[in-house]
Ligand binder design. Structure first.
Ligand SMILES: Cc1cc2nc3c(=O)[nH]c(=O)nc-3n(C[C@H](O)[C@H](O)[C@H](O)COP(=O)(O)OP(=O)(O)OC[C@H]3O[C@@H](n4cnc5c(N)ncnc54)[C@H](O)[C@@H]3O)c2cc1C
Length: 500
């Protein structure tokens, strides 16, 4: 039976949680440091990954605090910088539902629109996914502090990690026994553009992940560098905003057709990847990366239906010259970007780079105190000559609980209290720290590791609690001690009692 309306769904979820005896009672021993309360777990970033791990911890009785720099309801890319019409992921995936049917997107959708609409739904509209995440956070009553940017994370030798946080109107510090870095696709770095982009005036270029009003492209000759999903999204958005033309400059001679990452995703891959030897992890991730992910079918059609969209394949930029075009109609001067490529010259007004992200600690000041102490894949593994990949080499080499590991043992005590649950964890743990398909499995793996370590650290206090525990199950009047057999009479049951 499908509950009708969100209040009915929420009642259903609440009843399921009662049946599962969730959430568990808080059990973690409170800690203080220098006279100040220490938080159990701080999650940096309240996107889908941060919410999923916080929910798992809360259900297990571990109070958890999330900080996100975004305004409430605008975490992650969905309602900010993403420009696709729908998600790529199939609607049937359970995503961050943590094994609870009432917490799925499907339950949320059907409760509001019914089963027939669900059947009719193709892919999930992007903004609807954001609405679902907003509901997820609300219905689980997660403790998210929006408008709070974590400025610095400082591991400490003598205990909890210190965090400096800029909130509305104040900067303050907190201490946390565990920190989860759930900072997203560019979580340990930023957007990447090729060097050639530097020669372009900043007002004539952007990265596909930059917030931008695409209305400013009306009437302009635009190029999009790249041929992936985001390239299609920004090309379509530019065309819909009235760009005079959009040229996609795609280095590859053909667009990839097969999504190998999707093909890899079975339960064995999700659960077994972490335990593979390094050379297998490398081989699989390198192959998936090298094969490249095709842009979604619908996103490609959204571009190609415009007669002024041009797919230039085998087209590598060689040189960009900024030439003065003189006065523009309506006033002002806009230089022309003369772009020499392997397939010819393009005269352009604006270039959008859809060239992905890179791990670049230098662009993330919040990690500056420990960035150069973190063990990376390049410190542990030398790939075969034909399998080089800089992004993979730069990825952190993580422990079984997603924790960072010191490059030199002893050089950064406390680092192991910081857990990396953003995209760069993929090299060590597989695709469980960002994308929708296996986010619940990733969150559960991480939460289990944190829970186990919190318990280990507190074993003395936990043992004292066991000793102090005094909730009687027997009161003492449920039985009477027996008399020795030779003192018993035939007509009594032999118990020591008050009968005599
Ligand atoms: C355009 C786009 C489309 C995608 N489409 C799909 C798809 O269809 N299917 C799929 O499975 N995956 C998709 N992904 C990949 C992935 O699902 C998303 O990137 C998703 O947002 C990952 O969730 P997250 O919680 O890891 O990161 P995010 O949602 O990016 O959340 C990270 C949060 O961390 C916050 N933050 C970062 N640094 C700090 C700091 N110092 N202090 C405080 N807050 C901070 C940010 O404000 C942000 O809200 C897409 C990604 C992009 C970029």
């Amino acid at each position: 039976m499908i509950p009708e309306g969100l209040p009915a769904l929420e009642a259903w979820l609440a009843a399921d949680l009662v049946r599962l005896d969730l959430p568990r009672k808080p059990w973690v021993v409170p800690h203080r440091h220098d006279g100040i309360d220490v938080l159990n777990v701080v999650v940096v970033g309240a996107g889908m990954a941060g919410l999923a791990v916080a929910a798992t911890l809360e259900l297990a009785g571990v109070p958890t605090t999330l900080f996100d720099q975004s305004p409430e309801g605008y975490e992650g890319p969905w309602a900010t910088t993403a420009r696709m019409e729908t998600l790529r992921s199939p609607k049937t995936l359970a995503g961050p539902a943590l094994g609870l049917p009432a917490l799925t997107f499907r339950a949320w959708f059907e409760a509001q629109y019914g089963a027939a609409e669900w059947e009719a739904l193709g892919l999930i509209p992007r903004l609807q996914w954001m609405d679902y995440l907003r509901w997820y956070r609300r219905v689980l009553a997660l403790d998210v502090r929006n408008g709070h940017r974590v400025r610095q994370i400082l591991p400490q030798a003598d205990g909890p990690v210190m965090l400096a946080i800029a909130g509305p109107g104040s900067v303050f510090t907190v201490r946390a026994r565990r920190v989860v870095v759930a900072t997203g696709r560019d979580g340990l770095g930023a957007a990447w553009m090729p060097d050639v982009a530097r020669s372009i005036p900043p007002e004539q270029r952007a990265h596909s992940s930059d917030p931008m009003d695409y209305g400013r492209l009306r009437g302009l000759r635009v190029a999009v560098v790249g041929g992936g999903a985001s390239a299609m999204d920004v090309a379509a958005t530019a065309l819909e905003a009235g760009a005079a033309s959009v040229d996609l400059l795609i280095r590859r001679p053909d667009l990839p057709r097969i999504n190998k990452g999707k093909g890899a995703g079975n339960p064995g891959f999700v659960l077994g990847f972490y335990h593979l030897p390094d050379h297998w992890k490398w081989r699989i991730r390198h192959y998936i990366g090298w094969s490249q992910t095709p842009p979604p079918h619908g996103s490609t059609l959204r571009v190609s239906r415009h007669p002024n969209a041009h797919f230039n394949l085998g087209c590598t930029i060689e040189r960009i010259t900024v030439a003065d075009a003189g006065e523009q109609a309506g006033g002002g001067r806009r230089p022309v970007l003369e772009v020499e490529t392997t397939t010819g010259r393009f005269d352009l007004d604006f270039i959008l780079f859809s060239t992905g992200f890179q791990i670049d600690w230098a662009r993330r000041p919040e990690f500056a105190t420990f960035a150069d102490r973190v063990l990376a894949w390049r410190d542990r593994f030398t790939p075969p000559a034909d399998q080089h990949d800089q992004e993979m080499l730069d990825s952190p080499y993580l422990g079984p609980g997603f924790e960072f590991i010191e490059k030199e043992p002893g050089a950064c005590p406390g680092l192991e209290r910081i857990h990396c649950f953003c995209y760069p964890a993929t090299m060590s743990h597989g695709t469980v720290s960002g994308d929708i398909p296996a986010i619940s499995e990733g969150a559960e793996r991480l939460a289990r590791a944190i829970i186990s370590r919190l318990y280990h650290e507190d074993v003395e206090a936990q043992f004292a609690a066991i000793r102090a525990y005094a909730d009687p199950e027997l009161i003492g009047d449920e039985w009477r001690p027996a008399l020795p057999p030779d003192l018993r009479r035939d007509d009594d049951n032999g118990d020591r009692g008050d009968a005599d």
